[in-house]
Ligand binder design. Structure first.
Ligand code: UD1
Length: 417
């Protein structure tokens, strides 16, 4: 298993390009199942999770091919409509093949993703949405079996804002008969990216990016071509890296609006931020205030940047209260940050971080999930000595060459097999 060794104390400076968004690319790849033929995606990040999506698509009879950041999916009618446990267990987002398979072929058998390190993460709302469109759903031997001769448009209200649920039901509704209205739909930019691709394929979707999405079902969709949006979580992580090390870092190829909630909090903490249409710069700042954050669905503060922001707060001046409202068990990085000398008291959904400027000291730590790993890498950048982050495969699931990008900015990082 790979480990990362980070020599703390090097200031990061310079420009860095953000790659394509994992959370958009995965859904776009699954959306291709809605139309046979060749789909072409650009700016697809080279990540373990994208590899897992490709394996799943291959198991459904699709041919996939990568050349640089361009990824093609040649969709053929599958022999079976089953997403096997071994594939879904590796990556929860695999559940996103349910809606497309059901809508296109009237049948889908997808393993239940099961629990997950950051919470129970049920898929009840995905299934309720499919049922509202007329699907029969049964749970057998750990698999969701969904059937429907022809889905029918309907009104569906999401009880909780769910990104995956909104995407799955939106994809299913593109081929349903009649009009579907999704209320309390999630508004994340990745949903907008997906809807834009579906519309290129011939779907009739309106309202994406708002809490009410209207989908007029069409008979058939066709393959298309699309450039994946930039990864706002990667952008946020790199900005925090610059901020923490007291350097000046510009992240390019990012829409500042996509990370507005983070920018607001960085400014509140005392950082000077400047931006253009497609870049954000955090300016050199020695010493910053502790600020409170509460995670919430977009456009509010993203749960996927909570761990990284906590790392920043461990060396702020003062005490910060971090509240996690999206997932029930997303403080696993706390224990590891404390191993580096941070002073954090976690309660169920709230963590109190008593900032200690200059107070982190290197230690061996363990990555527990994707964003938790990123927070440990950030802490390692400023801890005195060499921090060893174990189980770095979590990081490889969702960050493309993070150590390369940080090294380019001046970090001293080594990967050891
Ligand atoms: C997606 C992102 C993940 C991000 C999360 C929230 C991908 C691949 N992953 O995950 O990085 O952290 O959005 O922004 O895009 N819920 C239910 N029932 C459901 C579905 C969800 O109760 O049927 C709950 C979840 O347990 C969670 C909350 O809703 O508490 C939000 O989850 P959701 O938005 O669905 O997250 P994902 O789509 O899994």
């Amino acid at each position: 298993m790979d480990r990362m060794v980070i020599e703390g104390g090097h200031q990061l400076n310079g420009h860095v390009d953000v790659g394509g968004a994992k959370n958009s690319a995965l859904k776009l790849l699954f959306a291709s199942l809605l139309a046979e033929g060749k789909h072409t995606f650009h700016n697809v990040p080279n990540l373990a999770d994208v590899g897992s999506a490709a394996v799943l698509l291959n198991s459904l009879g699709c041919e996939t091919h990568r050349s640089g950041t361009t990824f093609t999916v040649n969709v053929k009618k599958p022999q079976s409509f089953e997403a096997h446990y071994d594939l879904v267990r590796k990556m929860r987002a695999s559940i996103l093949c349910l809606g497309p398979l059901l809508a296109k072929y009237g049948e889908a058998v997808v393993s239940l993703p099961g629990g997950c390190a950051i919470g129970t993460r049920p898929i009840d709302l995905h299934l309720e949405g499919m049922k509202a469109l007329g699907a029969t759903i049964t749970l057998e031997e750990g698999y969701v079996k969904a059937r429907a001769k022809k889905l029918k448009g309907a009104n569906f209200l999401f009880e909780t804002s769910t990104v995956g649920g909104t995407e799955n039901v939106m994809m299913a509704a593109t081929l349903a008969e009649g009009i579907t209205v999704l209320e309390n739909a999630a508004k994340e930019p990745e949903i907008v990216d997906l809807a834009e691709y579906l519309n290129k394929m011939g779907a009739k979707i309106k309202g994406h990016g708002t809490s009410v999405i209207t989908i007029e079902g069409v008979e058939k969709l066709k393959p298309a071509e699309h450039t994946v949006m930039s990864d706002r979580i990667e952008a946020g992580t790199l900005l925090i890296a610059g901020a923490m090390t007291g350097g000046e870092v510009t992240v390019n190829r990012i829409h500042p609006a996509h990370i507005e909630a983070l920018i607001v909090k960085l400014k509140e903490a005392g950082f000077k931020i400047s931006q253009t249409d497609l870049s954000v710069t955090v300016h050199r700042q020695i010493g910053w205030r502790a600020v409170d954050i509460t995670t919430n669905p977009y456009p509010l503060f993203p749960t996927d940047i909570q761990a990284q922001f906590m790392a920043l707060m461990t060396i702020a001046e003062g005490t910060s209260v971090i509240t996690e409202t999206v997932f029930e068990n997303r403080f696993m990085h706390v224990q590891e940050l404390c191993r580096l000398g941070a002073d954090i008291t976690p309660k169920t959904r709230v963590a109190v971080v008593r900032g200690k400027p200059g107070g982190l000291i290197a230690a061996p730590v363990m990555a527990t999930d994707l964003r938790a790993s990123a927070s440990l890498v950030l802490a390692g950048l400023v801890a005195k000595g060499a921090t060893v982050v174990n189980r770095i495969y979590h990081l490889d699931r969702g960050y493309e060459n993070l150590e390369g990008k940080l090294t380019q900015l001046g970090a001293k990082i080594k990967r050891i097999e």
